[in-house]
Design a protein around this ligand. Structure first.
Ligand code: RIB
Ligand code: CA
Length: 302
């Protein structure tokens, strides 16, 4: 059983990724921390607690984290993710509360209790940089960080930068420099494995509680993409990342390399650029045929 801690700016695709983790018989989620990103922090926290309550997993501790980047900035993604981060889908009211510990402390607690923990990050890296800064022992307690972020070819928030990395590039560089083994799943992987609305419908997800939620959440991004690009399709960056955590063999192309963050205040700010070294695992492709069966496991969630 692989024990994982998730840091998320829950978001539509984050919610799907969390459902994948909950549904996998090979994964145990030992905690989730919230970071502002796709929506403001209060929405993100509500989305995570609401999702866990919806699937009867109130046992998983949730920790509140950063409201902005280390430099006090916040970029917005409400256009793609709706006003509440879940494509305006409202989860039922529930009584799930957050822990009194904050995210950096929650991660440290989880890592101490579960040596060899895998950390999966689906949002800006502010909580993680703060946690490693406060608790350098994390470098030996965490086995690996699997990070959704960065873009090798084109960005999605600017021409050069991907949202999670652009939201707090200083934190990303701090995490890169920590010396913890890193696997990066860049935005490019989601672009290659884009789903048209027809492909999504053909999966037959609608006949299950989790599948229906997934499809309901896609209405806002489908409309958004149609307006901006004239195409009804969706990307699954966080779900592909979580599917890789469930089964690493689904990556069909990967390389060893290094990335460095562009931190200057110019048009390249937030871009992840290739640099010397072979320390990171960088995933280049996950084929939809490999991802689909892992995604469809969510249909078993009650
Ligand atoms: O760029 C894609 C990433 O930004 C995903 O994690 C999405 O949820 C947003 O956080
Ligand atoms: Ca995310």
């Amino acid at each position: 059983m692989k024990k994982i801690f998730i840091d998320s700016d829950c978001g539509i695709d984050d919610a799907t990724a969390i459902m994948i983790a909950l549904a996998s018989p090979d994964i145990e989620v030992v905690g989730i921390s919230a970071v502002a990103g796709n929506a403001g922090l209060d929405h993100v926290v509500n989305n995570i607690t609401g999702l866990l309550a919806y699937f009867g997993r109130e046992d998983i501790p949730v920790y509140k984290g950063a409201t902005t980047s280390l430099l006090g900035e916040r970029i917005h993604a409400e256009g793609v993710h709706g006003s509440n981060g879940l494509g305006d889908v409202e989860l039922p009211k529930n009584s799930k509360t957050v822990e009194s510990l904050m995210a950096p402390d929650g991660l440290y607690k989880a890592a101490k209790e579960n040596p060899g923990l895998t950390l999966v990050t689906l949002g800006p890296l502010t909580n993680i940089a703060m946690s490693i800064n406060l608790y350098p022992e994390l470098k030996s307690l965490i086995k690996e960080i699997v990070i959704m972020g960065g873009a090798l070819d084109k960005g999605n928030i600017t021409k050069f930068a991907e949202f999670n990395f652009a939201a707090d590039p200083e934190s990303v560089q701090f995490v890169f420099d920590a010396g913890i083994p890193l696997t990066i799943v860049p935005w490019d992987v989601a672009v290659i494995a884009m789903y048209t609305e027809e492909e999504l419908d053909a999966l037959g997800l609608k006949d299950s509680k989790a599948g229906k939620l997934l499809l309901d959440m896609q209405k806002v991004p489908l409309d958004f993409l149609e307006q901006v690009f004239g195409f009804r399709g969706v990307g699954f960056p966080d779900p592909l990342t979580m599917a890789y955590v469930v089964d690493e063999t689904i990556a069909s192309r990967r390389i060893k390399g290094n990335l460095k963050m562009e931190l200057s205040f110019n048009t390249m700010r937030g871009a992840s650029v290739p640099s010397e070294g072979l320390e990171m695992d960088i995933i280049l492709e996950i084929k939809k045929e490999k991802f689909n069966p892992i995604l469809m496991q969510i249909m078993a969630l009650e």
